[in-house]
Design a protein around this ligand. Sequence first.
Ligand SMILES: Nc1ncnc2c1ncn2[C@@H]1O[C@H](COP(=O)(O)OP(=O)(O)O)[C@@H](O)[C@H]1O
Ligand SMILES: [Mg+2]
Length: 343
Amino acid sequence: MYKINVAVLFGGCSEEHTVSIKSAMELAANMDTEKYQPFYIGITKSGIWKLCEKPCLDWERYAKYSVVFSPGRNTHGLLIQKDAGYETQLIDVVFPMIHGKFGEDGSIQGLLELSGIPYVGCDIQSSVICMDKSLAYTTVKNAGIEVPDFQIIQDGDSPETERFGFPLFVKPARSGSSFGVNKVEKAEDLCAAINEARQYDRKVLIEQAVSGSEVGCAVLGTGTDLIVGEIDQISLKHGFFKIHQEAQPEKGSENATIQVPADLPAEVRKRIQETAKKIFQVLGCRGLARIDLFLREDGQIVLNEVNTMPGFTSYSRYPRMMTAAGFTLSELIDRLIELALRR
Ligand SMILES: Nc1ncnc2c1ncn2[C@@H]1O[C@H](COP(=O)(O)OP(=O)(O)O)[C@@H](O)[C@H]1O
Ligand SMILES: [Mg+2]
């Protein structure tokens, strides 16, 4: 039987490098090797692409060959650099398991569009919009769904703190895994929070704090043909959700617990799922996305953010929500690859 050649990309130059490796490890452990021939490509933090045997935290030790996807359509695959020159390897589909900058922001999608190789997940345009929280808010608000009030702070802009009150949130417009995010309780701390967010992105957002709880919805599919996972819900003891900043997220979080399925009435869960599907469609997503929302105390659903390549680590929310709805990780991988090839 012909095996589908799948190139799995992981690592990358962003602050989410390690999260991406952990996601790729789960992918590798659950990919059916009777059906697929995987090619694992690790990208170092400095942006070097290497073919390696499997994703693991010290994958660079086992990576032998430099490798590239040509942006031209000559090869439909990889150019593997070996002693005398390049060897080519046909690739049927790419699974870009890279989070954040250069993974979810449309850049890798651009390369793959040029190369003509099908890939899992959102296209350039929806990746760009979802990666920039201000663009996602504007698009989603335009469709009649509530979003937090926010202000964009670029060089020289003054924060309109009276508009938001305290606490407020400061974050990079385009980052992830809570890097550079701060809950600011008083005016004196605002400047430091903006400077911290700026380390990740020149474009910084100030947001009104939304009170209530955080809920998530995993969406898979394309157009109106969408499946959703069970809703999850985060309970916070204090502060805000930042599991990826913790020392041992595999063992749980210091301030947060995630319950899936959420302990909410069926009507509320359904409403969250329908809102998530609508957001997925409005943003032009395809393949997969995790829609993170706030459920306000008055029952109103408010957008938090959309992750177009959500984490697949052992403790990640997307696979857990889908598993709770009856889809194993292997089934998810099958469906995602099928969707990518159908395009
Ligand atoms: N406007 C807000 N109101 C309340 N909590 C927020 C707000 N923005 C962010 N948070 C908290 O900070 C966490 C991380 O922020 P988020 O916008 O999701 O950034 P990231 O892309 O890094 O995950 C959220 O999960 C939530 O706990
Ligand atoms: Mg988030």
